[in-house]
Design a protein around this ligand. Structure first.
Ligand code: GUN
Ligand code: FE
Length: 430
């Protein structure tokens, strides 16, 4: 308890006060204020503040999201992965040579994810370098922390116009990295981004591995998402021991690598992830929506593989990490109903995956992920009180009820980025 002189009062005491009243044998007033006047009488007793309906939590880390796919999020989820890519994704992404389209969609996705509490996003853009640089600029203007990749694919039989030569892909990746680094955006970094093994030749994978190594860059891709994909990768790379080995032999598995999905990885492959320090991004909405598969998160954690969560828009239809958290719980509970020996994840574990886990998966845990001294202040101010009554965003048994309307303020590196400042300040230059 503390005391101090104040105004017309002689003294104010702050602390927990315990006394008896006619109604209560013992009344405990925690964190109350008590004023004493100049003649020594109690002149005020300020009751303790009402139960706080607000708290701060670390910003959410989306370790896998496709920015251009926000343009059709919530549609076209009636096919498995490879047909879905061919039918919806490649045609949609091929339009992003158009910088006006890119500016519109990328502004929407950055604003939406920030409002949803995503302070750090690891983005796939498209094969178009200038539009990818525009995504970096928009991320910088709105103040989101971003890892951004220009997508590389020198193999696309299903839509040849949405493809590059190996030479172009390599040269444009170098241009993307160089131009982005020259901009010196404080919170935006380049990621070397082979789309996945099926859309890249071994030659390109090797070149990208070398570029990442030379510049010590992050790497992102997809792995072992869908059974048909896994089968085709084996056929395309018969010399590789596994899907994971395809990336490993091209120097694409490092402690700055994050691979999305991994539903069908073997224990041996998970060991290789652990040994190389490569991370996985768990994307449950996408895995369900495209009926790709189920990731056994408990097994991944048992192998001590770094793990974060990802929305995987638009394979996942929601751009909200709160949705991803709920789906992570749901999938894990389903595994628990199927196998009584399976220990379903707890809400607390899922909270960690969405924050600290994400920061570890992106090798940024020295900088973000929790409130340890020395880290950047990436935070959400959450209000769990709504007009209809109290709602607990992270209540143990009902983590379903909170939403972006509970996120009152968002901070990245100490700067308040939500609510948005005057839109005119945020005009993105051409
Ligand atoms: N594998 C290769 N490309 C993609 C993509 O855009 N989304 C998903 N979910 N998987 C992929
Ligand atoms: Fe993806």
């Amino acid at each position: 308890a503390t005391s101090s002189r104040a105004g017309g009062l002689e003294r104010v005491f702050r602390g927990t006060f315990i006394h008896s009243t006619p109604d209560a044998a013992l009344q405990i007033l925690e964190d109350a204020l008590l004023g004493v006047d100049s003649v020594g009488k109690v002149c005020h007793i300020y009751p303790p503040p009402p139960p706080r309906c607000e708290f701060f939590m670390p910003g959410l880390v989306d370790t896998h999201i496709h920015a251009p796919q926000y343009s059709y999020a919530g549609t076209g989820l009636d096919m498995p992965l490879l047909e879905w890519l061919k039918t919806y994704t490649f045609p949609a992404e091929s339009c992003f040579h158009d910088l006006d389209l890119a500016r519109r969609v990328y502004t929407q996705v950055v604003r939406r994810t920030l409002k949803n509490g995503t302070t750090t996003a690891c983005y796939f853009a498209t094969i178009h370098t200038d539009a990818s640089l525009l995504l970096c600029q928009i991320t910088d203007v709105f103040g989101q922390r971003g890892l951004v990749g220009k997508v590389c694919m020198d193999r696309n039989d299903s839509l040849p116009r949405y493809s590059e030569t190996s030479q172009e892909s390599q040269a444009e990746t170098c241009r993307f990295i160089e131009e982005l680094l020259n901009k010196q955006y404080p919170l935006v970094k380049p990621v070397v981004t082979p789309r996945f093994a099926l859309s890249c030749t071994g030659a390109l994978l090797g070149q990208l591995g070398a570029i990442a190594k030379k510049n010590n860059l992050h790497i992102q891709s997809h792995i072992s998402e869908n059974p048909e994909e896994v089968k085709l990768v084996k056929e395309l790379f018969p010399e590789a021991e596994s899907y994971t080995d395809v990336y490993h032999r091209h120097n694409l598995l490092t402690d700055k690598t994050v691979m999305a999905h991994g539903c069908y990885l073997t224990d041996q492959e998970l060991d290789l992830f652990h040994e190389t320090g490569a991370a996985l991004s768990h994307c449950p909405n996408s895995n369900i929506s495209l009926r790709s598969g189920v990731l056994n998160v408990r097994n991944v954690l048992r192998h001590k593989v770094k793990l974060g969560l990802g929305t995987d828009v638009a394979g996942g239809y929601s751009s909200s990490m709160l949705d991803t958290m709920r789906r992570t719980l749901d999938v894990s509970k389903i595994l628990g109903t199927l196998d009584p020996d399976y220990h379903s994840l707890t809400m607390e574990e899922v909270f960690r995956l969405a924050t600290l886990g994400g920061s570890q998966a992106l090798s940024m845990d020295q900088q973000i992920g929790n409130f340890e001294v020395g880290k950047d202040f990436d935070a959400l101010r959450v209000n769990v009180k709504v007009p209809d009554g109290p709602v607990d965003l992270f209540q143990r048994d009902q983590p379903k009820v909170g939403d972006d309307w509970n996120i009152v303020e968002v901070f990245v590196a100490g700067r308040k980025v939500v609510p948005f400042s005057d839109p005119s300040n945020l005009a993105v230059q051409s």
